[in-house]
Ligand binder design. Structure first.
Ligand code: BG6
Length: 478
């Protein structure tokens, strides 16, 4: 019987701003997430002008990994993780983003962290920018609206590549670079790109203009990384939420196909190195002014990624004849024409639970790009209850198990080339979209609540031992 390859990278995924804390420790500057207040399901996080003294910012302390990393890495090692995906807090290295010299204390922190991981045979998998742009670049430069920010990002990437060239092999440039295709939620343009829309602006045009600069930044970083170490594997990272047609009505099918371009646009450019025709046609049709300079085509061509990392949490469904003002329950991200899928249940936060969708996505992405894939986020955000000193997180185990079963089918039956699997939030962290602690993904519980109370003590959930067994048997025992 066929099994997953022996070097399959089982791991866990995190992002600096959601778990490190130490938001102003050792010279770190504020980032775009350091001015995000706490929200809740259905209550948006506010973006304040600066760090205000009377506001609560959940990411500031997060779970204090910055000061507890040895203890946490020991737990990851006990679980048997083969890799840990995390990010480098950009403003820890360049507090303002445009500083001439990096902050040595910030660089040293990641040296120490990577050494600690490697000591336990855990390979660091690194995202350069996971919503952590220095606030100064957003406020003073207008974020990625401004082409100068490309240089600052590439400088940051170069410093990291050079410093960690012997410790890190797998890199990703931008986390979920395609989130901002949902222009209706200001959180995404802000965290992806450091951009706030102005009155009267065409949101989609701004998104593409900004996106062009990020695509150039990503391509330049890939080329720079390869110069520094030809063995680097540098990937793109996108959020992949498939969009299903509601029915076999050809109008539903075509609508879903067209809307899937929201998911494909960024990886199409990052993997293939040129703009797809559907996007060029849209720019022309809508009269968008995209700041494509002479030489940019070459930059994109020379900065193609080696693999595609993606997050998979859920699927969505669209129906062509939905009346926009009367569309009932709109699921996930306010997709126009979005409807509930009658075959799929949702989590308490309205995220559709669809394991088969993971196999579907793996196949579609692999057929389209023919490069290795890496599932760098997947997981179940849920409330955990402590009963007699234990957390029986059966629903989380069921979710992960069902997704791993589908991942195995994609690799062993369909023949998809998959590097690894790093479930999201291997330890409880601050939720990105809501800023809550109670939306927990971890296999390790952290005693901290939405208001910032708690001892920060760590505790294993049932899923801890379950996942340990999965890794030890290379996915044979689920
Ligand atoms: C992805 C992000 O969008 O989803 C993570 O890359 C995020 O940063 C994860 O945490 C889950 O979202 P949330 O809002 O449940 O934390």
């Amino acid at each position: 019987m066929k099994t997953l390859p022996n070097d399959f990278l089982w791991g866990g995924a995190l992002a600096a701003h959601q778990f490190e804390g130490g938001w102003d420790a050792d010279g770190k500057g504020p980032s775009v997430v350091d001015v995000l207040t706490a929200g809740a399901h259905g209550v948006a996080r506010r973006i304040t002008d600066k760090v205000e003294p009377n506001e609560f910012y959940p990411n500031h302390e997060a779970i204090d990994f910055y000061h507890r990393y040895k203890e946490d890495v020991a737990l990851f090692a006990e679980m048997g993780l083969k890799c840990l995906r995390t990010s480098i807090g950009w403003s820890r290295i360049f507090p303002n983003g445009d500083d001439a010299e990096p902050n040595e204390a910030g660089l040293q922190f990641y040296d120490d962290l990577f050494d600690e991981l490697l000591k336990h045979d855990i390979e660091p998998i690194i995202t350069l920018s996971h919503f952590e742009m220095p606030l100064h670049l957003a406020r003073e430069y207008g974020g990625f609206r401004n082409r100068e920010v490309v240089e600052h990002f590439v400088h940051f990437a170069e410093v990291c590549f050079d410093r960690y060239k012997d410790k890190v092999k797998y890199w990703m440039t931008f986390n979920e670079i395609n989130n901002k295709m949902d222009v209706n939620n200001p959180l995404f343009l802000w965290t992806n790109s450091g951009v706030l829309l102005e009155e009267g602006e065409n949101a989609r045009e701004v998104m593409y203009q900004t996106g062009h600069h990020e695509l150039i930044a990503s391509a330049l970083a890939v080329a720079k990384g390869k110069e520094i170490n030809a063995d680097f594997e540098i990937g793109a990272m996108v959020s992949h939420v498939p969009i299903y047609p509601y029915s076999s009505n050809p109008d539903d099918v075509m609508l879903a196909e067209e809307m899937m371009r929201q998911r494909y646009f960024f990886p199409d450019v990052q993997v293939r190195g040129f703009y797809p025709s559907y996007a060029l046609n849209e720019f022309e049709r809508e009269g968008y002014n995209i700041p494509i300079l002479e030489g940019d085509e070459e930059i994109l061509q020379n900065g193609k990624v080696d693999y595609l990392g993606f997050s998979y949490y859920m699927s969505t469904t669209v129906k062509s004849d939905v009346v926009v003002d009367n569309r009932g329950d709109i699921v996930n991200g306010g997709l126009p024409n979005g409807v509930e899928n009658p075959y799929i249940q949702s989590s308490d936060w309205g995220w559709a639970i669809d394991p088969v969708g993971l196999r579907y996505v793996l196949n579609r992405l692999y057929d389209r790009y023919k490069i290795p894939l890496f599932i760098v986020e997947n997981g179940f955000g849920a409330v955990d209850e402590i009963v007699d000193g234990k957390i029986h997180d059966t629903a989380r185990i069921d979710y992960l198990k069902a997704h791993i079963e589908q991942l195995k089918k994609a690799v062993l039956y369909d023949g998809v080339d998959l590097i690894g699997y790093t479930p999201w939030g291997i330890i409880d962290i601050v939720s990105f979209t809501t800023g809550e602690m109670k939306k927990r993904y971890g296999m390790i519980y952290v005693d901290r609540d939405n208001e910032g109370n708690g001892s920060m003590e760590r505790m294993k959930k049932d899923s801890f031992d379950w996942y340990k067994r999965v890794i030890a048997t290379n996915g044979e025992e689920l």
